[in-house]
Structures are given as C-alpha cells and as structure tokens.
Design a protein. Structure first.
Length: 347
C-alpha cells in the first residue's frame, strides 16, 4: 500500500498570512517526499478560508520545481467549473512542468455555495453530468484533434496544447461515493478516490465493496486503483490522551464543513463560524470520542493496525489528510511520527 499527503492551506483567523500558510504547505510536502510519500494532493475550493485552493495547478507547478520524486495530484478538479479545453491544457502543462509526475483527479463538486457563485446556481447534485462529459473529452484532447458536441459543451476541432508527457494519458482519478460513480470511473479506466468522512472502518469496507462490484462488472478494463482519504493524526504512545486535541480539532473542521455545506449563512470575508455544538446533540458521530475511533487518530502502533486492515481489503493508496484546524507545528509532529514509525511497517 502506498501513502500520499492530502493538504490545503487552512486559515481560521487573520493571525496567519497566506504567504506563511503556503510556506507551511511547502514544508509539509518536502517532509512527505523525503519520508517516502508517493504523491501530494491539493484540491479545488473557492472563497473559503478554511480550505484555500482556488486552483491546485499553480501550487502543484511550484511544488514540481521544489521536488524531484513525489507525484503532483490535483485532488480534485471540479468538473462544472472547467471547460474541457482549459482542463486538458492546464493539466497537461502541469505534467510537462513536473516531468511526467501529474495525477489528475476530477469530481462533480459538493458545496452549493460554490455552485451559486461559479456555475450560475446549478444544483450541486447535477455536477455529475459535467463530470461524465468532461472525462472523455479531456482524454480525447490529450490524444490529438477532437471536436465536441455534448449536452453541456460544444466546440469545433481542437486539441490540448501542450500534450502531457505521460502517455497515453496521465493517471486519472474520480472522487466516488455512490455505485454509479464507481461504475463510471472503472468503465472509463479511471482510478477511484473515496473518503469515509466521519464514518468508521465499516464505511471503508462498504466503499471497497462498491469499487469491487464495479471492477467485477467491467472485466474488459484493466483493474484500476483505489485510494482512501482520511483525516490522520499520529500522537506519541507516551501521551495516552494525545488523541483528544486532534479529535476536537477535527470536530471543529467538520462543524465548519457543516456550516459551509448548509449554505444558509453569508460568510464574512471568507470566514464562516463552525456550526454550534447544540446542532449536533443527536449526532454522536461529532463527539470527540467517536472521531477518535473513526478518523485515523492514534499512536503509531494503533495506526499501523488499522492500516493493515485497509491493506488487506485491497486499498492501493492511503492518503494522509492533514487538514484538521491544528497549528502547523502539531501537523509537522504528527507527520514526522507517521514517517518515522508507520511508513517503515509497509515498506
């Protein structure tokens, strides 16, 4: 099983500058590369200080110049916000800049907040149509001349300029949850990325089952890969209560996610307060004790045991999601413990 780092700049107040946050993200990436991580993933989010990434492309292009081996993952391009020509050209340029290290993830999008501002109020639930049209169009443009007459986009004969270094295409990943998304990804020769969010490892098993069903339904396609993305924090075995600050920080992250996802409050200069705890009185999954068990929080030996289970399920890549509202120094300590004590168990 391989390991990757999933990271954004996250800003919870104006005490830290965006410049410092990008320096922190770079430092974590360099640590991950030196420690043996295979890929760094950066997503796409708009107008949200708690996940700062209006485009993964410039960040990954910069990291390409600062690194030599780690792969650069766009995780993920939000399909309704990208024209196929722009998506093909920019991702191919990233592949050229990085010397063939680009990994291209695509998703339908989730936040109605973003759709109201970038897609004219299109229901976020309709983003799947854009994803299904974008993926084959981008792949065709990477290959050469191609004209498109789709439901969403229409354009005359065009091609991706530049062309990607990796042939026939850079690896493509689809963020999937429901069976139809898994089936679309596998049928189109794409790898699959999943996140169980606040659910336990039974949800990982469920998602693996959906993936395996899709693989079984398409014997004509070479078996793609499966990545599990999960909030991760490693604490010292000498601190039995070290899990609690991480669980409380991840709870804050999810309460903030809830506020943005609910799309009922106007943010103030990119900030939105977490939903109040009173809202979750009947939601035990938000309790720190529950998050301790569901998020990948624990001592190195505890983390290794859980990851062994993921490996046995057939997970190809585990992504260490370090967005969690903790200060940078604590993220560094957690990542260092993972590199020193967890990674060697899988090498």
């Amino acid at each position: 099983m391989r390991f990757s780092l999933f990271v954004h700049m996250e800003r919870w107040d104006d005490s830290v500058s965006h410049t410092e946050l990008f320096e922190n993200l770079t430092e974590l990436t360099l640590m991950a590369e030196a420690g043996g991580f295979g890929t760094v993933w950066i997503g796409e989010h708009h107008s949200m200080e708690y996940t700062i990434s209006p485009s993964p492309m410039p960040q990954l292009a910069y990291l390409a110049a600062r690194t030599s081996t780690i792969r650069l993952g766009a995780g993920t391009v939000i399909a309704p916000f990208w024209h196929p020509l722009r998506a093909a050209g920019e991702t191919a340029l990233l592949d050229v800049i990085s010397g063939g290290r680009a990994e291209i993830g695509l998703a339908r999008g989730a936040y109605q907040f973003e759709f109201d501002r970038l897609a004219g109020g299109l229901p976020a639930t309709d983003g799947g149509k854009h994803l299904r049209e974008l993926v084959p169009a981008v792949r065709a443009l990477w290959q050469g001349d191609y004209a498109h007459d789709g439901e969403i986009w229409q354009f005359p004969t065009s091609t991706s300029v530049p062309k990607p270094v990796q042939q026939p295409t850079p690896p493509m990943w689809i963020a999937a949850r429901d069976p139809d998304s898994h089936d679309f990804a596998v049928a189109n020769g794409c790898n699959v990325m999943v996140t169980p969010l606040m659910k336990g490892d039974e949800e990982v098993e469920n998602l693996v089952g959906k993936f395996e069903t899709a693989v079984g339904n398409h014997p004509e396609v070479s078996r793609p890969e499966l990545m599990v993305l999960r909030h991760t924090h490693v604490h010292s075995s000498e601190d039995p209560d070290g899990w609690r600050p991480a669980a409380e920080a991840i709870q804050r992250f999810y309460r903030t996610f809830d506020a943005w996802f609910g799309n009922t409050t106007t943010p103030n200069d990119g900030f939105l307060a977490p939903s109040p705890m009173a809202k979750f009185e009947d939601r035990p999954e938000f309790e720190p004790e529950s998050l301790h068990k569901t998020a990948m929080i624990g001592t190195p030996s505890e983390i290794i045991d859980r990851l062994r289970h993921y490996e046995a399920l057939g997970v190809d890549e585990f992504s260490f999601w370090c967005d969690n509202s903790l200060p940078h120094q604590e993220k560094k300590q957690s990542l260092a413990l993972f590199i020193e004590h967890v990674l060697p168990a899988f090498q």
